[in-house]
Structures are given as structure tokens and as C-alpha cells.
Design a protein around this ligand. Structure first.
Ligand code: SAH
Ligand code: SF4
Ligand code: F3S
Length: 474
């Protein structure tokens, strides 16, 4: 069977990495003995949930090797998982590297590791080689599964180690991983992106779209459930095109139907849905499902059909609004959220008014608004008609005001109702816990630790904009 071709190679790779974990562990034990103290690491993640998930994998390996995680950057190993979706993500990393340099002056044994999306850009790597030669290890997004091997090599080397791959079709399964929460988890269902929206760097730094096999996803989720997880967030840049490139193609809606059957799994979420690929089949499956949360993140980016075309989004204002209408008809209590970019090159006041119009019509619970950021190498970066900064800022502020107004009205629709809430953490205020409804709305309410990770009924008493104050019901 052709299908089996990749399985042994993924298993072999997993075994190889396991052996590097053991080698690094032996070195680490030796070093701890000499020092007479534990070795520590600090790991910071920039960017999206995909990065969060991959950071958990790196943390899992660091834990196995024997390092103790800490929040403080005065650690033996400092690791940044980077993002480059907007320029300010890059600036943050450069800013913090300056600070790390001064820490390393105090502790020359300290190791600094950079990986993730930003490292897939040649100009970034050049800058690190030239200006930040104190960084010990640099790798990208395609070879994260090799972390144990790279880490071991780094421990043996005095040189700056750089390993960036152009791309990969490899998906290595079953490596150790840590989890930020015991009761909920992200699950990658695919990697990369083929959409090439004209402003976006992601397809260049994450490579081509690759879907995991349904069996691998099901196995991971079953293991998570056995381990106490009841809510999963399926992750992909465009989950609606899941499975198209598999040898035996499977649609996203079919995958969801398979996951619905997993006993003990209570809530299924997913991100992100590209409007151009959202099928009627998916809407139907969502409407019928007992587990899929009634929340859909449906990035709009712009309300102007002309700008959407320039963005290469492959839908227009009308198609988007139709889609919203169909979803609301099938799932009347759906909570919709979105992403919007302001100041795409050539955006006129008229175009911007179209965006405001869609925001008014679509009724978002929340909208994440971004100022367009020019990304080197993308088609939009080469456009000459970049919008002046003051014009963009003014539009951004007007959009934000509308989004907040709308959000407050939309979110308050649950005021006075009792909702099922997953208790996620204690808030900053002692004795007050934070939970999430299936609509992704946060609620703060008095409770105690024993309820963490469980589902409780909470009366949503007062809407505070994007969150509620409530109390346990029953
Ligand atoms: N795959 C997801 C988005 C991933 S990036 C999707 O297609 O919806 C998350 C968000 O960052 C995007 O939705 C977009 O709104 C924003 N974004 C991406 N590139 C950007 C850029 N160059 N400038 C400003 N915002 C950008
Ligand atoms: Fe970027 Fe578009 Fe891919 Fe989303 S779908 S990651 S915005 S190229
Ligand atoms: Fe950033 Fe990479 Fe995610 S660029 S948004 S971390 S895919």
C-alpha cells in the first residue's frame, strides 16, 4: 500500500529524535551534577495558536531532557518561538534580544535559541548572523521535529548553529509534548498555506499546505481525552481546505463527523475558516453536531470587493454577507468573530466605508483589527499606493469604535441566561474564576479550585463588554 510509505519514515524519525533526547539528557545530568543545581529554561511564544502548539512540543522535549521551566529570562536556556505576520512582531524580538545580550554578558554559559516563522526569512537570518552573533541556535518552521537533535548539537558546539529548511512534506508524529492546560488542547490538523493572500507572509514561511491523516488526528485526540482533555481546538491556516491533498481526500466536514464520535470529547472548536472554502456541508455538520461550539472565526479582511480582489481573497462583499446569512439561518445562536486589515495599499475612504458596512451587517461578537503591515516579498509590498500613516490611524480608530460598540451589543444578548461554562483558571482576583461559554465568551464568577477543568452552569449576570460577571447556578 502506498499509504504506508510515510509511516515507517515518521516512526524512524521519532526514534532518532528520542535517541537525541537521551544523549542531551545524559549531558544535562552531568552538568547539573557539576553545578550542583537544576538547569532552567524560559520559553516565550509570539504569534498564533499554531506557534503555541509547537512551543508545547519544544517544551515537552526540554522537560524530557531535564530542564526546569521558569518565567524569568535569567535562565540557562532562553528560547523564542517567533512570528513575522506583522512588522511589530519582528521588532519585539529584536528589542528583547538586546536585553538578552546583557543577560548573557553576566552568564556566558547561557544559550539563546530562536525558531519559528521569522527565521524562515533570509534577511532575518542575515541580520542575526551579523548583529546577534551571541544567539546559539536558529531554526525555522519545517524542522521543529528535529529540535532534540539540534539542541544536542548546540550543546556540543561553540559556533552559531543555523538550520533552515526551504520546505518539507514530512509530518513527524508522536514526539513528546507538554500541555499548557490539562483539560483543553490545540490539535494541528494541517500545516502551511496555499492561499497567497497578497499581503500575507505565512505561505512563504510555513510552506505548502499539508494535512495530517484523519487516523493520526483521531489517535492524538483519543490520547488527549484519555489524559483529561475535553475541549480541542483544531488548528490550520484554512481548515476548510483540510484533506484536499491527502492520498484519500477527506473533507473538513467529514473529519468533524469522525471526531464527533470520540467518547469523552465534549467541545470541538476550530480556526481559521477561510470564507472562500466554507461549504454548505460544514454548516450542516455544525448545525447538527452536539460537540462543535457555535462559534465561527470568519476573517473578513476588507468589506470592499475591489480590495478583496487585490488581496486575492477570492470572495466579494456579497458572497461574504450571503455566507453569514446562510450560517445564521442554519445556526441562529452562532457567535461570529473576524479579522480586519485597515490601510491595505490603495484603500480609499469609499473602500473603508464598505468595511464599516459589513461590520454593521455581519454582527460580530469580536473583531481583531490590524493596521496593514508591509511584508517584504509579498505582492502587496510592491504596490506603490501605500496609504499614509495618519489616514490609516484615523480609519483604524473609527473601525475600532464601531467594532467595540457592536461587540458590546452582540455579547450582551446572553445577559440573564444560564450557560454551560468550562472553568479554565483563577483570575487575578483570588476566589474569582474564569470560564468560557461555547460562544467563546469569558465569564468571571466566584468558585473554587476543585471546579477547574469541569463544566458548570453559570448565570451571566452583567455584561462588561467582552466578558461577563456571573455566578454559579443550580
Ligand atoms: N490563515 C488565517 C490568518 C492568519 S494571520 C486566515 O486566512 O484567516 C492572522 C491575521 O493577521 C489575518 O487574518 C490578517 O487579518 C492579519 N494579517 C496577515 N497579514 C497581515 C499584514 N501584512 N498586515 C496586517 N495584518 C495582517
Ligand atoms: Fe495568510 Fe491568507 Fe493563508 Fe490566511 S489564508 S495564512 S491570510 S495567505
Ligand atoms: Fe505568526 Fe507564523 Fe502564526 S507568522 S501568525 S506565528 S503562522
Amino acid at each position: 500500500m502506498i499509504n504506508e510509505k510515510n509511516i515507517p519514515s515518521s516512526q524512524e524519525e521519532t526514534a532518532r529524535q528520542q535517541s537525541f533526547i537521551q544523549l542531551a539528557k545524559a549531558l544535562t545530568e552531568q552538568k547539573m551534577k557539576t553545578l550542583g543545581r537544576p538547569l532552567t529554561y524560559c520559553l516565550t511564544t509570539f504569534g498564533c495558536q499554531m506557534n503555541e502548539k509547537q512551543s508545547e512540543a519544544v517544551a515537552g522535549i526540554m522537560d524530557e531532557i531535564g530542564y526546569v521551566r521558569q518565567e524569568n529570562e535569567e535562565a540557562d536556556v532562553v528560547i523564542y518561538n517567533t512570528c513575522t505576520v506583522r512588522e511589530n512582531a519582528n521588532l519585539k524580538v529584536y528589542g528583547r534580544l538586546g536585553h538578552l545580550h546583557s543577560l548573557k554578558d553576566k552568564n556566558p554559559d547561557m544559550k539563546i535559541i530562536l525558531f519559528g516563522c521569522m527565521m524562515q526569512e533570509a534577511h532575518v537570518v542575515e541580520k542575526i548572523k551579523k548583529t546577534y552573533s551571541f544567539v546559539n541556535l536558529v531554526f525555522g518552521t519545517h524542522n521543529i521535529f528535529k529540535f532534540a537533535e539540534l539542541f544536542y548539537e548546540m550543546l556540543l558546539s561553540d559556533m552559531q548553529l543555523i538550520d533552515i529548511w526551504e520546505g518539507t512534506d514530512q509530518i513527524v508524529e508522536d514526539l513528546p509534548t507538554e500541555r499548557n492546560y490539562t483539560f483543553k488542547s490545540g490539535v494541528n490538523i494541517m500545516f502551511g498555506c496555499n492561499n497567497f493572500c497578497s499581503y500575507c507572509i505565512v505561505p512563504y514561511v510555513r510552506g505548502r499546505e499539508r494535512s495530517r491523516k484523519p487516523e493520526a488526528i483521531i489517535k492524538e485526540i483519543k490520547n488527549l481525552v484519555a489524559d483529561g482533555v475535553s475541549e480541542v481546538m483544531l488548528l490550520g491556516q484554512n481548515v476548510n481546505s483540510y484533506g484536499k491533498t491527502l492520498e484519500t481526500p477527506v473533507t473538513f466536514a467529514q473529519l468533524l463527523t469522525m471526531l464527533e464520535d470520540i467518547e469523552g470529547l465534549r467541545r470541538i472548536r476550530f480556526m481559521t475558516s477561510h470564507p472562500k472554502d466554507l461549504s454548505d456541508e460544514l454548516i450542516e455538520v455544525m448545525a447538527k453536531s452536539k460537540k462543535i461550539c457555535h462559534h465561527l472565526h470568519l476573517p473578513l479582511q476588507s468589506g470592499s470587493s475591489r480590495i478583496l480582489k487585490e488581496m486575492n481573497r477570492r470572495y466579494d462583499k456579497e458572497k461574504y454577507l450571503n455566507l453569514v446569512e446562510n450560517i445564521r439561518t442554519a445556526i441562529p445562536d452562532i457567535s461570529l468573530t473576524t479579522d480586519i486589515i485597515v490601510g491595505f495599499p490603495g484603500e480609499t475612504e469609499e473602500d473603508f466605508q464598505e468595511t464599516l458596512d459589513v461590520v454593521r451587517q455581519a454582527g460580530y461578537d469580536t473583531a481583531f483589527t490590524f493596521i496593514y503591515s508591509k511584508r517584504t516579498g509579498t505582492p502587496a509590498a510592491a504596490k506603490e499606493d501605500q496609504v499614509p500613516e495618519d489616514v490609516v490611524k484615523d480609519r483604524f480608530n473609527r473601525l475600532l469604535t464601531l467594532v467595540q460598540e457592536q461587540g458590546r451589543i452582540r455579547s450582551s444578548r446572553f445577559e440573564g441566561t444560564v450557560q454551560e461554562v468550562l472553568v479554565e483558571e483563577e483570575s487575578k482576583e483570588k476566589g474569582i474564576f474564569t470560564g468560557r461559554t461555547q460562544y467563546n465568551l469569558l465569564v468571571h464568577f466566584p468558585a473554587d479550585e476543585s471546579l477547574l477543568g469541569t463544566y458548570v452552569k453559570v448565570k451571566l449576570e452583567e455584561c462588561k463588554g467582552f466578558y461577563y460577571l456571573g455566578s454559579l447556578s443550580e
